[in-house]
Write a protein that binds this ligand. Structure first.
Ligand SMILES: [Fe+2]
Length: 420
């Protein structure tokens, strides 16, 4: 794996100097990475950042830019406030929909030789940034990136384009990495330490790809990429922490997880995978979700999943073979497509193949199917893409930008759903 690491956030040397005993000693930032906003909703948002710990921390936020009436939320392991060596995370709740908030994160060094001599240093603050909560009244805007696979040049091109487009929210549609073998690898590859402060001013919705389930450390991924609170879902769906269904203006954005690209019985999994019941549970959740009033009445429904749900090539591997990795996922398509058809989903945006593709709607498949490009900036191949969704003159507009030159490649327009 190509390791992303930044000199901008060089390793801090935590010494007693941080507590004032040695003023001459070098003091470097306690922030190992910028803040990464994630799992947004109408009333909540998550903030995660890498630290040179051991450290505690908090986020201050306010609707006022000067933070004069800021509320403070600590990183917690209830009922304790967190002390972490590498990553701090905060979930801010009770926010108003479609509201701009200003915030800054703080990291405090902690020295804990024993329970009666704990030392907590002065907080180091990030710069003040802002985010706007989601909601039906919010700006109709999103962007999709995918298959970045830890490729720094692709991430930097994506970062540049996102800063130009200023989407309200970004969907990271899977295969963020090849695999994750340690927490350090997760921090260095997922929390944008290399000058790509992508997620300080808009939040990311994460949709897992098959590679996001690989590596000896990956079962701890929710310390870096948070899962959604159980209170957002009925208890029977608590296993579905990665699924989301959220209004962003006229869009209903729905995240589905196609999981690994081979059947659970594949010998590579050694009996340690249970994607098949997980996909079936998502089908039940999707059925109930599409009946939710705010989703059912959305002018535009866009579904995101990593592995494509359609391929016109009859020889393309379809996810149910023990001998080949999925080029598309027929089992998921068989379960989810009838619901897309029934509820008038217009667009499904997928990833995984690394080559941009557009499959226009047909009579049998009335939803448009997109496959985002990924990974490379080599124009000899089909390059990484950023897909930007907006609503203009009452129509959904999807613009596809290719990252080798950053230019607009194609544009698609869709009418609103009818009879819903
Ligand atoms: Fe993939």
């Amino acid at each position: 794996m190509k390791r992303i690491f930044s000199l901008l956030f060089a390793t801090a040397v935590l010494t007693s100097s941080l507590y004032g005993q040695d003023a001459a000693a070098e003091k470097t930032s306690l922030f190992r990475t910028p803040v990464f906003l994630q799992i947004p909703s109408e009333t909540s948002i998550g903030a995660v950042w890498g630290v040179h710990g051991p450290a505690a921390g908090f986020v201050e936020y306010s609707a006022k830019e000067d933070l004069s009436d800021a509320k403070r939320v600590y990183a917690c392991v209830p009922p304790l406030r967190s002390i972490q060596d590498k990553v701090l995370s905060v979930r801010i709740r009770g926010l108003k929909p479609n509201t701009k908030y200003y915030y800054r994160a703080a990291t405090m060094p902690v020295d804990y030789p024993n329970a009666y001599s704990v030392k907590v240093g002065e907080p180091e603050f990030s710069a003040v940034h802002s985010f706007t909560t989601m909601g039906a009244g919010a700006r109709s805007s999103f962007a999709v990136i995918n298959d970045t696979h830890s490729e720094l040049d692709a991430l930097q091109a994506v970062d540049k384009k996102l800063k130009e487009l200023q989407p309200a929210v970004v969907v990271w549609n899977g295969d963020t990495v090849h695999q994750l073998r340690s927490e350090d690898e997760a921090i260095d590859n997922l929390l944008f330490p290399d000058g790509c402060a992508m997620a300080e001013n808009y939040a990311f919705l994460f949709v897992p790809g098959n590679h996001d389930f690989r590596g000896s450390w990956v079962r701890n991924l929710d310390t870096v990429l948070l899962t959604r609170d159980s209170e957002e879902k009925d208890s029977k769906y608590w296993a579905l922490g990665r699924n989301f269904a959220l209004r962003q203006g006229d869009f209903a954005l729905i995240g589905m997880d196609t999981g690994e690209d081979k059947p659970d019985a594949h010998p590579a999994f050694k009996g340690l995978a249970e994607f098949e019941p997980y996909r079936e549970l998502q089908t039940q959740w999707l059925k109930e979700t599409l009946e939710r009033p705010e989703i059912k009445t959305a002018p535009f429904i866009v579904v995101f999943c990593h592995i494509p749900l359609f391929n016109k090539n009859p020889n393309a591997s379809r996810g149910d073979s023990i001998t080949a990795a999925a080029a598309w996922h027929k089992p998921c398509s068989d379960m989810w497509s009838p619901l897309f058809n029934q509820y008038g989903v217009q667009t499904v945006i997928t990833a995984h193949n690394h080559n941009f593709r557009y499959d226009p709607p047909t009579e049998d498949r009335p939803w448009a199917h997109f496959v985002g490009g990924g990974r490379t900036l080599n124009p000899k191949h089909d390059t990484a893409t950023v897909i930007n969704g907006t609503v203009e003159d009452g129509k959904m507009v999807l613009r596809v930008y290719k990252m080798h030159d950053g230019k607009l490649f194609q544009e698609f327009k869709f009418e609103p759903r009818k009879n819903f």
